[in-house]
Ligand binder design. Structure first.
Ligand SMILES: [Zn+2]
Length: 468
């Protein structure tokens, strides 16, 4: 039996009493937490076990990022330069042509970069929302297995007719038929779900409920998901036009449209929900649907903050998502927790709106529930999976530590994460990722990102200012 003690840390257990242990220790036995408590007592009871000294570190459950586009990490920064005000122009004129020109190697390079950044920022599990056929599902699933991270990979399903695709100017490289996208997702589920010692899940990654998609797709997907016990993720209730679309379909709102087509429930993660109103929020709570809040994207894209405080008050399971790098730049959950608090306070006009405690719950307990692993992760308790991270507070921007919860949420950033343990395996130690080759990944991305733009024929990606 492999056992290891992580000792002398301040531990935010996130257990039901939210106990914080000073000079605490965790005994990891195989993939689970064998014991947790005061270092002195735990070491005395297990004198033979090897120790890792985490003096001066804050230890907390691994962070869950509930809304990620792995293919977009190689597009970090492309929304600036020649900025596009209109969302459709941004999506169809810039992002889709770039992603639609990816080879499988490009997509894997971007996903490698994304997973590396997530691990280095303390993310131990994530939901990929839209994994397109052209990215090569097997390669990316293998990457997740090899890196040691947990993932729910939402494989794209869509039903967009060729006429609609051409009318919208939708890049052909991003298009799949209904039949092939559903069959491909089911085949991927059969081949990969549960792999990596249970770390990998395969979900339906529905393209948005919008005029491009035939609504009957959602009935078929939700029935299949129920039959097979699969998760569903979809962008929903993002902007005002979503409600206009739902009304044209005979529903009061986009959230009610989703409910009408069977999409809501405890195995569904809705990204954004920026425009959800009181009735929508009550429905999300009643159905046990999870929401991935994307505060960094909402701010950068000028969408405004989502009604997160209202959702939490109503009992909605709200998780956090960094979304795509073109809008939000970084896959840094700690940074987005801070933006979530700040923007919730701006929306409500009170600093009581969202505290660091509720924010940290979003990234841990709530995130684990969204990922469907609430019984096994999200808090540090005996018998749960050993998924945790440490933040090294030996830094000018983190001292002094009056309140470790506030330090983690308001002062720390991804780059302060020192140690990452997932499923009992040390994935990062002293900021060195042990399961991935960082130099090779960065070199690969640097060598290919401009080729994608020239292949796609997209310009306007350079700075506004002259380059000499
Ligand atoms: Zn998104």
């Amino acid at each position: 039996m492999d056992a290891l003690i992580f000792a002398h840390a301040t531990i935010l257990t996130m257990n039901s009493d939210r106990v914080i242990i000073e000079d605490g220790a965790i005994l990891v036995t195989d993939d689970r937490i064998g014991a947790i408590g005061k270092t002195a007592e735990l070491v005395e009871a297990n004198p033979q076990e090897q120790q890792i000294d985490l003096s001066g570190h804050i230890v907390l459950p691994g962070l869950i990022d509930a809304h990620v586009h792995t293919a977009q990490c190689m597009l970090r920064g492309v929304s600036e330069g020649k900025r596009l005000a209109d969302f459709s122009n941004w999506l169809f004129g810039r992002i889709f042509p770039l992603q639609g020109s990816y080879t499988e190697e490009d997509a894997r390079a971007s996903a490698s970069l994304c997973i590396l950044e997530m691990i280095k920022s303390g993310t131990t599990g994530f939901v990929e929302c839209l994994l397109a056929e052209r990215y090569g599902f097997d390669g990316i699933a293998q990457l997740c297995v090899d890196s040691g991270i947990r993932a729910a990979l939402g494989k794209v399903v869509m039903d967009v007719s060729p006429e609609t695709r051409d009318r919208l100017g939708w890049h052909h490289g991003m298009w799949q038929t209904r039949e092939s996208s559903i069959e491909g997702t089911i085949a991927a589920h059969d081949a990969w779900d549960g792999r990596g010692d249970g770390r990998l899940q395969v979900w339906f990654g529905c393209r948005s409920a919008e005029p491009a998609n035939d609504p009957s797709l959602f009935d078929e997907v939700s029935a299949l998901a129920r039959d097979r016990g699969m998760g569903i993720t979809i962008h929903l209730a993002e902007l005002a036009h979503d409600n206009q679309y739902a009304r044209a379909q005979g529903y009061r709102s986009h959230v009610e449209f989703a409910h009408g087509h069977g999409l809501l429930g405890p195995r569904t993660v809705l990204a954004h929900c920026t425009i959800a109103d009181e009735q929508d929020i009550a429905l999300l709570a009643k159905t046990g649907t999870s929401v991935a809040h994307n505060p960094g994207n909402n701010a950068a894209a000028a969408w405004g903050p989502a009604p997160i405080a209202d959702m939490l008050d109503a009992g909605v399971n709200v998780a956090i998502g960094c979304d795509g790098a073109p809008s939000n730049a970084n896959m840094d959950v700690l940074r987005d927790l801070r933006i979530a608090c700040h923007t919730a306070r701006m929306r409500t006009g009170t600093r009581l709106a969202l505290g660091p405690e509720a924010a940290l719950e979003m990234a841990t307990i709530n995130g684990a529930r969204a990922l469907g692993i609430g019984a096994d992760a999200g808090s540090l308790e005996v018998g749960k999976k050993a998924d945790f991270i440490s933040i090294n507070t030996d830094a000018a921007h983190l001292q002094p530590v009056w309140n470790p919860v506030a330090t983690a949420v308001f002062a720390a950033q991804g780059g302060d994460v020192d140690t990452v343990v997932i499923n009992g395996q040390v994935i990062m130690r002293k900021r060195e990722v042990l399961t991935m080759n960082e130099d090779e990944i960065l070199e690969d991305v640097r060598g290919r990102f401009r080729d994608v733009a020239s292949r796609a024929g997209v310009d306007g990606l350079t700075p506004e200012w002259p380059i000499v």
